[in-house]
Design a binder for this molecule. Structure first.
Ligand code: FAD
Length: 408
């Protein structure tokens, strides 16, 4: 099977993410696998592959992690890494789409995933600048003050803390002119490349093999085994294979409920003169197209948005410049700060779903093959959920929320 038919490759092209220039993101990899058979093969060495591998690792069991690029260099290096429990689809809207019980469970699970991720990072001692930050969700063209008030009520019913801010509070505490905002806890930010690399390094230290520049091009069940072929002509097998290939998802999982869209991001120069409160908050808005922003520890402003429902718009060099200009203008309008010419601007595709919930679980029609995809703007939080659900499935357990995310 030719390479593009299993998981289509989509490169970041002309753009350069900020994190690609940060230290401690390299991983020592092998050139070839030491064996033809493993207990587990994880395809994809981004944040989802790293978290899934970490969750699946057991003493005495062999594990191979494969990537056709260098580890971390897929969309994980492009993430702006606002680690939120707030799903892109507001709870009030999600309740209408999938019912109140299911929507509440999805939001609650998302909140638990952020807390669990914090624990993992702290337990493994991963140095990735992970810091807890409250999130400010601003009223916009999709949700005004009344809708945000209803959203706060829904979240409180689901046991998820959120506080409605009125225009006076927003003006006094944040210098922002909007009709309302929701202030919530359980969010964080981090360097996503260091986070992914730290997890992979830990997994390799516990015995997993990591192979870069190896591409899986075919996939079959053969008896009790899952057999995969590589572009380099190797045949490997495993008891379980997990595809953590992000927006380069398995083509056999194409579905009208899952779309690939384009998105843009930028980072300013270091040491910006920004409002003090911004150091300790992340910000996003209920608008379409939306703007989101955070800072890093070097005093850069990192922002993104301007999504387009087109899987190839991100390939346009002209748009890379014009979208960054739009984001810069929006920041100035919101904060009254001109960040100047961005030092980094980048663009990528990502997978979204109609509900905003990711797709996680067994691949229909195959045995012992699992996939995780459709992460939208919440890829890091959803990767943690994916790791927990896949680990339960592989180990013969049952995750109580698996039904929310399964394929088909
Ligand atoms: C600009 C931008 C901003 C974002 N901001 C945020 C944010 O603020 N917060 C958040 O939570 N999420 C955010 N996201 C989403 C998040 O970054 C992604 O969902 C997440 O990084 C996906 O991780 P992954 O490991 O699934 O995919 P990737 O990091 O893309 O890793 C998949 C890997 O699979 C490999 N692969 C694919 N096919 C094959 C094959 N056939 N054989 C071998 N290897 C293969 C690829 O080379 C790649 O390295 C953002 C995304 C973008 C693009």
């Amino acid at each position: 099977m030719p390479t593009s038919e299993l998981t289509r490759e989509r490169d970041l092209r002309e753009s350069k993410p900020l994190w690609a220039d940060t230290p401690r993101i390299g991983i020592r990899t092998r050139n070839t696998p030491s064996s033809d058979h493993y207990d587990t093969i994880v395809v994809g060495a981004g944040i989802s592959g790293a978290l899934v591998a970490h969750a699946l690792q057991r003493p005495g069991q062999s594990m191979l992690i494969i990537d056709r690029r260098d580890p971390v260099m897929g969309s994980s290096v492009a993430s702006t890494a606002m680690i939120q429990h707030e799903i892109d689809t507001p709870l009030t809207k999600l309740r209408k789409m999938i019912g109140r019980g299911a929507a509440d469970r999805a939001w609650q699970r998302s909140a638990r995933a952020v807390l669990r991720l914090e624990e993992i990072v702290s337990a493994l001692g991963i140095s990735c600048g992970m810091a807890r930050k409250p999130a400010l969700y601003l009223a916009g063209n999709e949700m005004g003050s009344r809708a945000l008030k209803a959203e706060v009520a829904a979240r409180e019913e689901a046991g998820i803390k959120a506080r409605l801010l009125d225009p006076a509070e927003l003006r006094n505490d944040y210098g922002i002119e909007r009709t309302a905002a929701i202030l919530s806890d359980i969010s964080a930010s981090a360097n996503p490349a260091q986070l992914t690399a730290g997890l992979l390094r830990h997994t390799a230290g516990a015995g997993a093999e990591i192979i870069s520049r190896l591409e899986i091009t075919d996939l079959r069940n053969l008896g009790d085994k899952v057999v995969v072929a590589t572009a380099q002509g190797k045949i490997l097998s495993a008891r379980n294979v997990i595809f953590c290939t992000g927006y380069e998802f398995l083509k056999l999982l194409e579905s009208p409920k899952h779309q690939i869209i384009s998105t843009w991001a930028l980072a300013s120069a270091k040491g910006m003169d920004l409002p003090d409160w911004l150091q300790s908050h992340i910000v996003w808005e209920a608008s379409d197209p939306y703007l989101y922003l955070r800072t890093d520890r070097d005093g850069r402003l990192i922002a993104g948005g301007e999504d387009e429902e087109n899987p190839t718009s991100y390939l346009s060099e002209g748009k890379l410049v014009s979208k960054a200009q739009t984001i810069r203008r929006k920041i100035e309008k919101l904060l009254g700060v001109d960040i100047g010419e961005p030092e980094y601007r980048w663009t990528a595709a990502f997978g979204t779903t109609t509900t905003g919930l990711p797709l996680i679980g067994a691949v229909p029609g195959m045995k012992n093959v699992y996939a995780v995809m459709g992460f939208g703007g919440n890829g890091i939080t959803f990767s943690q959920i994916a790791a927990e659900i896949v680990a339960a499935a592989v180990n013969g357990g049952k995750d109580p929320d698996a039904d929310l995310f399964r394929f088909g």
